[in-house]
Ligand binder design. Structure first.
Ligand code: PAF
Length: 261
């Protein structure tokens, strides 16, 4: 496994890979079983597995959230080596944003809903960094988790609209036995918090409506940003122990399907 930390180093590696089928898993590190599943799928479907590790400051609208975001580089590299990753690209912010953050990608439609509404600028920052990464990696396929379904949808749309050569693939959410979706932020919860957080999946799947799911989360003392239904799925975002967690399920997995927008 080779780790590139500068763009020039990566471009040298990339030149040697010309003609091979390259898959990429963009991440912000703090890797968990969900990321491992993305890397495994990438390995099955491509000749070269590339993982990017970059905590993108632009997508954190709360500086405290950026500061406490888990950084576990040594463990991440050990996990990736064990999974048979070929290439890791882990640039600094100075490498990726040499001219600051003046130029960005904007989507004025569904990127304004849910995560886009609650975290102003979030999807602009995600689209901008992913576009930069995809342009550098120039892989045939990029892999994203279903837990961040809206992110996948926004990136999928961006790839189509900008005629990117990379296909944006969606992979199933990996869950704990309790139903809690794997997330880097789970590491910030106490053991009790992690057990309590399973209420999100329960509410998403067991409530008969988004309104009832919201009431269940509030009854469990979570601070709810939204529970909404779109694109045949039910979505939730809520705070527990000050940590913001998101999840979603297809409506066919929920107790009662209601009309979705
Ligand atoms: O899902 C993530 O980890 C990030 O939003 C991504 C796609 C790596 C962009 O920074």
């Amino acid at each position: 496994m080779h780790v590139s930390t500068t763009i020039s180093e990566w471009l040298e590696r990339r030149a040697a890979l010309e003609g091979r089928l390259i898959g990429v898993v963009p991440t912000m590190g703090a890797l968990h079983r969900g990321h491992a599943a993305l890397v495994e799928r990438c390995k099955r479907e491509n000749e070269v597995v590339t993982v990017t590790l970059f905590v993108n400051p632009a997508q954190f609208n709360d500086p405290a959230d950026l500061q406490r975001y888990p950084r576990t580089m040594d463990a991440d590299l050990a996990l990736l080596a064990g999974l048979g990753t070929d290439e890791v690209f882990a640039p600094s912010a100075g490498e990726l944003y040499p001219n600051g953050y003046a130029l960005r990608v904007v989507n004025d439609s569904f990127a304004k809903e849910m995560e886009g509404r609650c975290r102003p600028g979030f999807f602009e920052a995600v689209m901008t960094v992913v576009l930069k990464l995809l342009n550098l990696i120039r892989g045939g396929r990029a892999y994203f988790g279903e837990k961040d379904y809206q992110q996948w949808k926004v990136l999928h749309e961006m790839a189509l609209e900008l005629f990117l050569p990379t296909e944006i693939r969606l992979c199933p959410t990996i869950r704990a036995a309790s139903g809690l979706a794997e997330s880097s932020r789970n590491a910030l919860l106490s053991p009790q918090g992690r057990a309590q957080a399973a209420v999100i999946y329960r509410a998403l799947t067991q409530a008969v409506s988004a309104t009832e799911a919201r009431a269940e989360l509030e009854a469990a003392r979570l601070r709810v940003d939204y529970v909404e239904e779109h694109w045949g799925r039910r979505f939730a975002a809520a705070y527990l122990e000050g940590i913001r967690l998101i999840d979603n399920v297809p409506l066919e997995n929920a107790k009662c399907s209601s009309a979705s927008t």
